[in-house]
Design a protein around this ligand. Structure first.
Ligand SMILES: O=c1[nH]c(=O)c2nc[nH]c2[nH]1
Ligand SMILES: [Zn+2]
Length: 461
């Protein structure tokens, strides 16, 4: 059958997804029917027989995709905070902390990406790498360079990754070689990137511009005000960093003495909104938590980066208990890993350190970490009706996960090399999922789809 004749794809097998913060739904012998034109879920059959699948197989215009033994479909991961231009520095951070890390490692690399061919090379690799780990949606910071930012948007669009792409605004306290010329120029350049994305993807079906003040210390009051006004006028989302490191928090207090907190600085300029993504949020005071909640701003929790840069451990349970929406971010390259599975794992691990001081309730479970990695991230980015789970009308943004079945007889694993997670056959599905979270990696990601289109296909082994 010609590809163009296919009107719907029927995915058959086991489907696992979050139905709440603490519950994973497991549908075995189920089917999800996806329309090819819009990539949306048309029907979910909770139990299907081989006979029914056989009938579908015989239908013109229908393609069947099966999850094999030990495999399951899972919603695509959502990375709510990642710096694409920092990707080559993944793993390179030594024992630096935020402010010296920026000067030593980050600004020189980001500045060098004003070279378009270097930018293209780095972005193409970053996007294919994150896709291979199952990231179907990413909120990217680019650099302050317009051409390079536009290259990132084009690379995401061509690769089929759902993305938010922001030109990084920074007109203060950054090195001379890497600083916006003026607030007016920073705003004009931000608009130029948004216009480019509007032409690339007019309905923002896949790629959306995002207003990106780097963080308060690198933005003048005039720039923050201009970006706040642009947010109000355009309706675009916004992403920034907040309260990541104690020295940074003290620095903001010194730079903006007229405001009583870091969060109040963003609020004063109209940047604390329901469409705002705040990365880190480790040292928010009670008053700041209340303000973030009142404004409906969202939080990107970046546990790998928080540990790597010795920033601290965010109190995620507290944020969740307050009703603040939280997703996960890799924060490459403050975080060394492009994998949201790694971020989910480290979210549970750092929560155990928080539990040592705040009590058992602070611990995050596997179900909760996977919720943050999917539905939580979707809500952070305003995509909760579109992606993050398998529900009618949602888009098919999904991954096929494969674990290794260890045979009952001693000997080689047939078709082995499927990855680092060994399954012996007596585990429940939830135990298999826990093994995947703690022991798995990209070798377990066999296929990835965005809006029903295949965007990563692991070669057969
Ligand atoms: O983790 C971080 N990565 C960055 O690039 C950055 N810039 C400001 N603050 C930051 N934090
Ligand atoms: Zn960051």
């Amino acid at each position: 059958m010609e590809i163009s004749e296919i009107r719907r794809t029927v995915y058959v097998g086991t489907f696992i997804y979050s139905t709440s913060l603490t519950k994973l739904e497991v549908l075995e012998n189920a089917a999800v029917i996806v329309g090819v034109d819009k990539g949306t879920i048309l029907a979910i059959e909770k139990t299907v027989t081989e006979e029914t699948v056989g009938l579908w197989e015989g239908e013109v215009g229908t393609k069947i995709v099966r999850a094999g033994e030990g495999q399951f479909f899972f919603p695509g991961f959502i990375d709510t905070h990642i710096h694409a231009p920092q990707y080559p520095n993944s793993g390179i951070f030594g024992s630096s902390t935020l402010l010296d890390w920026l000067d030593r490692y980050t600004f020189p690399l980001e500045a060098s990406l004003s070279n378009p061919s270097k930018a293209h090379r780095v972005y193409a690799r970053c996007v294919s790498r994150t896709l291979s780990h199952g990231t179907t949606t990413a909120a990217y910071y680019a650099t302050r360079d317009v051409t390079s930012t536009n290259i990132l948007a084009s690379v995401c669009f061509a690769a089929g990754q759902r993305a938010f792409v922001g030109r990084c605004c920074m007109d203060c306290l950054s090195p001379d070689y890497y600083r916006d010329e003026s607030p007016a120029q920073a705003i004009a350049d931000t608009k130029a990137c948004a216009n480019y994305i509007d032409k690339l993807d007019p309905t923002h079906a896949l790629v959306t511009p995002i207003i990106t003040p780097r963080f308060a210390p690198s933005c003048s009051r005039e720039l923050l005000a201009g970006l706040g006004a642009y947010m109000a006028e355009s309706g675009l989302p916004c992403q920034t960093h907040i309260s990541e490191n104690k020295a940074e928090v003290a620095f903001v207090a010194e730079l903006f003495p007229e405001y009583d907190s870091y969060a109040s600085v963003y609020d004063a300029y109209g940047l604390l909104q329901p469409k705002t993504v705040l990365a880190h949020a480790i040292y928010l005071s009670d008053a700041e938590i209340a303000l973030v909640k009142r404004r409906g701003a969202k939080v990107s929790h970046c546990p790998v980066s928080n540990t790597a840069l010795t920033s601290g451990a965010a109190k995620v349970r507290r944020l969740l208990d307050e009703g603040i929406v939280v997703g996960l971010g890799t924060d490459v390259s403050g975080g060394y890993s492009p994998s949201i599975l790694e971020a989910a794992r480290q979210a549970t691990m750092t929560s155990r350190f928080v539990a040592l001081t705040d009590g058992e309730a602070a611990k995050l479970g596997v179900e909760e970490a996977l919720y943050l990695a999917t539905r939580g991230g979707a809500e952070v980015l305003g995509l909760e009706k579109k992606v993050g789970a398998f529900e009618l009308g949602m888009e098919w943004d999904a991954i096929l996960v494969g674990l290794t079945d260890v045979p009952e007889e001693l000997g080689e694993v047939v078709g082995g090399g499927m990855g680092p997670v060994d399954v012996f056959g007596w585990e429940s599905w939830l135990e298999k999922v826990a093994k995947w979270v703690y022991c798995g990696d990209d070798r377990n990601v066999l296929k990835v789809w965005v809006s029903g289109k295949i965007v990563h296909n692991k070669p057969e082994q």
